[in-house]
Ligand binder design. Structure first.
Ligand code: ZN
Length: 449
């Protein structure tokens, strides 16, 4: 590929937001220069007032292939991702079959992904009951880290780990130097609360919320921080939903415990007081909590206790949401948002005075660091992959099914008025999405750590 330039009045780089030209050669960023320093006779793409951000990185996606491709799949997930401004997805090791808990399962995933992906991808390995002998093998085979559940994950094929099983796994995790991502809820508080709610009305969101109390998250995070001190592994708390954990996490960080934290667009956009009874599209675990909690999560992002925002895109066939029954006990828990996460975050962030540089930090640089590819993905800077999202921050739209683009077009975001539109997405210099279309062959590749 020859040298070309991407121009905008608003290029979001680690130094701020500036009018600049990004010079691209062979899929890499050669340099970022002021527009008047453009070399002569160079091919130019001028995006004018539209901003150019680094391609987003989503470190928490359930692609579900192989094995549950009827739920999602590499082709549909990466298509929705490209339309949402993402250029790298990191797949969770569960909901696919086999779960990614052995090297053989990782190889099956690689075969399934081949030739289908519109954006780049990586795969987390799983830490489950009894697979500690596979952990270092998975690391050698190229996973960027591991995921485990401290509570039943709500699906067969992936087992939770208790403290004893964690203690068997953690020396292996620590030896790899890779992060362990933890679904941090303990079963005790959830079982106790749910037992008390046996006769409650499960069409009410309040019942579901009471069944997964803050204490379940708090106790799990406390346990993981103490194990982190003992075993010296890198801890990452996925989808933090309770703001009550922020003080504990801030203290652990300032003490030097290697812990990072993510939250999700749905916790930053919705709050429990707005969720109608019977609307199981809003079910996820941990649950969406109060308005006050939601505002405190934003303060957690502002203060840097929360490092990044990932989608936890977790689709299922629509019938599993049991919308006609409206029963929060039996409905599948999971919210899909790959194609809308950027406008959702920008709607909330811009209203609170944050800038596109904050968005780039939370949705590109932070997740890239977690996935071990922060020297190549997540920034517009020399020698990085030429991954860009062209974004119109002032555009407004109402979310409809045509914006979703993943396999099953159900979402609690339908009807929401959102700010900011993805105009185009470039993967290593090539257009992966523009104006509703996906030109060319799927050009996504696996990145191996
Ligand atoms: Zn998840």
């Amino acid at each position: 590929m020859s040298l070309e330039a991407f121009l905008s009045r608003r290029v979001v780089t680690p130094h701020g937001i500036e009018a600049a030209a990004v010079l691209v050669e062979d899929g890499r960023i050669l340099d970022v220069v002021p527009q008047h320093q453009l070399p002569a006779q160079i091919s130019v793409k001028d995006f004018g007032e539209a901003a150019i951000l680094p391609g987003l990185v989503d470190s928490h996606v359930h692609i579900n292939e192989p094995g549950r491709t009827e739920w999602e799949g590499f082709r549909t997930a990466t298509r929705a991702a490209a339309a949402g401004g993402y250029t790298l997805l990191v797949d969770m090791p569960l909901n696919c079959l086999p779960a990614t808990t052995t090297v053989a399962a990782l190889e099956a995933k690689r075969n399934a992904a081949s030739g289908q992906c519109h954006v780049d991808w990586m795969a987390w390995g799983g830490v489950v009951s009894g697979n500690q002998e596979h952990i270092e093998g998975l690391a050698a085979a190229g996973v960027p880290g591991f995921k485990c559940f401290l509570i039943h994950p709500g699906i067969d094929g992936f087992t939770m780990v208790n403290e004893r099983e964690l203690r068997a796994a953690l020396p292996h995790v620590a030896r790899t130097g890779l992060p362990l991502l933890v679904h941090a809820e303990l079963p005790g508080p959830v079982d106790t609360a749910t037992g008390r709610l046996a006769a409650a009305d499960w069409s009410k969101y309040a019942t579901y919320l009471q069944s997964r109390p803050d204490e379940a998250e708090l106790a799990a995070i406390q346990l993981m921080i103490s194990l982190c001190r003992e075993y010296h592994f890198r801890l990452h708390v996925v989808h933090l939903a309770t703001s009550q954990a922020l003080d504990m996490l801030r203290a652990a960080k300032s003490e030097g415990v290697p812990v990072s934290v993510e939250t999700c667009p749905h916790y930053l956009h919705f709050s429990s007081d707005k969720i109608p009874d019977g609307q199981t599209l809003f079910k996820c675990a941990p649950p969406i909590r109060s308005r006050e909690n939601h505002e405190k999560l934003w303060q957690g992002l502002q203060g840097g206790v929360i490092d990044l925002v990932a989608t936890d895109h977790s689709p299922c066939p629509p019938e599993m949401k049991r919308s006609s029954e409206g029963n929060f006990r039996t409905a599948w828990g999971g919210i899909s948002s790959l194609s809308l996460a950027l406008p959702v975050l920008w709607t909330e962030a811009s209203g609170r005075g944050f800038s596109l540089a904050d968005i780039a930090r939370w949705m590109a640089e932070g997740p890239a660091r977690l996935a071990g590819c922060a020297t190549r993905k997540g920034r517009i800077a020399k020698d990085f992959d030429a991954d860009f999202v062209v974004f119109e921050p002032e555009a407004e739209f109402i979310a409809t099914e045509q914006h979703l683009l993943y396999r099953h077009r159900v979402s609690p975001y339908l009807g929401e008025k959102l700010r900011g539109a993805v105009k185009a997405t470039y993967l290593r210099g090539n257009c992966a999405f523009a104006d509703g279309k996906f030109p060319g062959k799927p050009g996504g590749r696996e990145l191996r750590w």
